[in-house]
Design a protein around this ligand. Structure first.
Ligand SMILES: Nc1ncnc2c1ncn2[C@@H]1O[C@H](COP(=O)(O)OP(=O)(O)OP(=O)(O)O)[C@@H](O)[C@H]1O
Ligand SMILES: [Mg+2]
Length: 297
């Protein structure tokens, strides 16, 4: 049985070895505000039961910051993600996008908002229209980003570039349908989409849960490269507090719909205050044993 101190030292060593090219000392509170929330709440009523899935949470996400939201199953992470994406209305509270109250009251405004925020979901199969070939998945991204009038050759070059960013061969994908790809290829295709869409914010809800440890590390590496290159804000949703610590600038710990602790990754992990955070950290050896980040340089 490892002591909590031994676990922390191990976590710290791993974080230092897996830097993903990020500037660990950057103070993101100086960066412009990208997305914030005050008192954001979501209540579900089913029959006679009332579930407060997200309970008055406050958050401030800055440009270029990588934030992890960590919590156990049922803590409200996906419900919060859906509200951030504008797929679900908060029952109370307010969300601000780039310092202004978010307005997604019309379809047009929603569309505009979705230029700024994109998501990668737990299940990549649910993210694609299965009747659309890969080419059109990528073409749609170019068109959405104002590339409608580009020449065929230019569009082709952009699709190729996006595929090579995620180590996919465009030639092998053309004329295929999403369901003809492997889980790992599909995940990479999702990142290729993000590469083309270049949103201000990327929300990733457990994006690595379907694939083996080696591909996981590669995918994370790609995501973080994309963040470093484009300065996009990444919101990463996970059960895995160890992984959150390795990759994040800031961590929000979620329990029963509430943020019980939030702050810089170093502070939250090395100086946890909430009993729940302490418990998650002492569970780390169990959680992160299957991880192999050795393939990431
Ligand atoms: N559409 C819904 N109707 C009723 N209750 C819901 C609905 N969606 C979520 N809930 C409830 O809200 C709570 C939070 O669920 P949520 O999916 O946000 O958790 P999570 O943290 O994403 O869990 P996981 O880690 O398993 O994905 C749960 O108790 C869930 O049953
Ligand atoms: Mg979830």
């Amino acid at each position: 049985m490892k002591t909590d101190e031994a676990i922390k030292t191990e976590l710290q060593d791993t974080r230092e070895s897996v830097t993903f090219g990020a500037d660990r000392n950057k103070d993101f509170s100086q960066e412009p505000m990208c997305l914030s929330g005050r008192g954001v709440t979501r209540v579900f009523h089913t029959g006679k039961t009332t579930t407060v899935a997200v309970d008055h949470v406050d958050f401030d996400f800055h440009r270029g910051e990588l934030i992890s939201i960590v919590g156990e199953s049922g803590s409200g992470k996906t419900t919060l993600s859906k509200m951030l994406l504008g797929l679900l209305e908060p029952t109370e509270g307010q969300i601000f996008f780039k310092d202004k109250p978010r307005d997604i009251s019309t379809n047009q405004k929603k569309k505009e908002y979705w230029q700024g925020i994109q998501a990668i979901f737990q299940d990549p199969f649910s993210s694609y229209n299965i009747f659309h070939k890969i080419d059109s998945v990528l073409l749609d991204c170019i068109n959405m980003r104002g590339g409608k009038n580009k020449s065929k050759e230019e569009k082709f070059a952009m699709m190729k570039e996006a595929c090579s960013f995620v180590n996919l061969k465009f030639e092998e994908l053309t004329n295929k349908y999403p369901f003809e790809l492997s889980g790992g290829q599909m995940q990479r295709l999702m990142i290729a989409r993000i590469f083309l869409l270049k949103p201000d914010i990327l929300l990733a809800d457990e994006p690595t849960s379907m694939i083996d440890a080696c591909s996981r590390a590669t995918i994370l590496d790609m995501l973080l490269n994309l963040r470093n290159e484009t300065g996009m804000t990444v919101i990463f949703i996970t059960h895995d507090i160890g992984l959150a610590y390795y990759i994040s600038d800031s961590i929000y710990i979620m329990e029963h719909g509430k943020f019980v602790e939030a702050g810089k990754a170093e502070d939250v992990i090395l100086n946890p205050k909430a009993p729940y955070t302490k418990r998650l950290i002492s569970d780390v050896p169990k959680i992160h044993e299957p991880w192999d980040l050795s393939t990431v340089g």
